[in-house]
Design a protein around this ligand. Structure first.
Ligand code: GAR
Length: 208
């Protein structure tokens, strides 16, 4: 008799808004059954996010909750919370999700939402981190995976990777080099959290 196989690996819902190259790295990693995490669904805030195509090509279910579909921002927040919760995730990973999560989502998945950001936080939070780092003239920038709290890119830091800024860098080129580092960082962090969890001690977060 054929046995049905239930995937017991740690469950992640990934949220993305754009091209989803980071998501692709996560999809590629989780395709290996020996990898300790699975992606149970991918959610977006825009219906044309290329990330959704990437998920569908990998056979991962998707959902979209657009802010403009709801009369109030709090309604969108509740709808997003429920859409994520339907997949019963252990963790939520914002990988290029360009919306600030609301109080309902933060409360439902408290301490279990992580975000990746294209700068070495606490420097250059917000939506234009790469541009801001270039404009400031830093010689080293990078990427950060951190827990999400109610602030903008302010939660406890889990992992970081540095990237040197070249004199000839423009925003697109530097962001692409940051994303090369970021793809390894997100995959490594997902694996580590899936295997060992994450301990939060005040401002400090670490994977035991
Ligand atoms: C990544 O660099 C991620 O850090 C950034 O969007 C990019 C997504 O790339 N996220 C933010 O800026 C969130 N504030 P991708 O669409 O190629 O995966």
């Amino acid at each position: 008799m054929e046995q049905s196989h239930v995937d017991q690996r740690t469950r992640f819902v990934v949220l993305a808004s754009g091209t989803g190259t980071l998501l692709q790295s996560l999809l590629d990693a989780t395709a290996d059954p020996g990898f300790p995490a699975q992606i149970v669904a991918v959610g977006a805030d825009v219906p044309d996010a290329k990330a959704l195509d990437r998920a569908q090509k990998s056979g991962v279910p998707t959902f979209v909750r657009m802010v403009s579909e709801y009369p109030l921002r709090t309604d969108w927040d509740s709808a997003l919370t429920d859409a994520i919760d339907e997949w019963n995730p252990d963790w939520v990973f914002c990988a290029g999700f360009m919306r600030i999560l609301g109080p309902s989502t933060l409360a439902r998945f408290a301490g279990r939402i992580i975000n990746t950001h294209p700068a070495l936080l606490p420097a250059f939070p917000g939506a234009h981190a790469v541009r801001d780092a270039l404009a400031y003239g830093v010689r080293v920038t990078g990427c950060t995976v951190h827990l999400v709290d109610e602030g903008v890119d302010t939660g406890p830091i889990i992992a970081q990777a540095p990237v040197h800024v070249d004199a000839s860098d423009d925003e697109a080129g530097l962001h692409e080099r940051i994303k090369m580092a970021e793809r390894s960082l997100v995959v490594g962090t997902m694996a580590a959290i899936a295997s060992r969890g994450c301990v939060i001690d005040g401002r400090r977060a670490y994977i035991p």
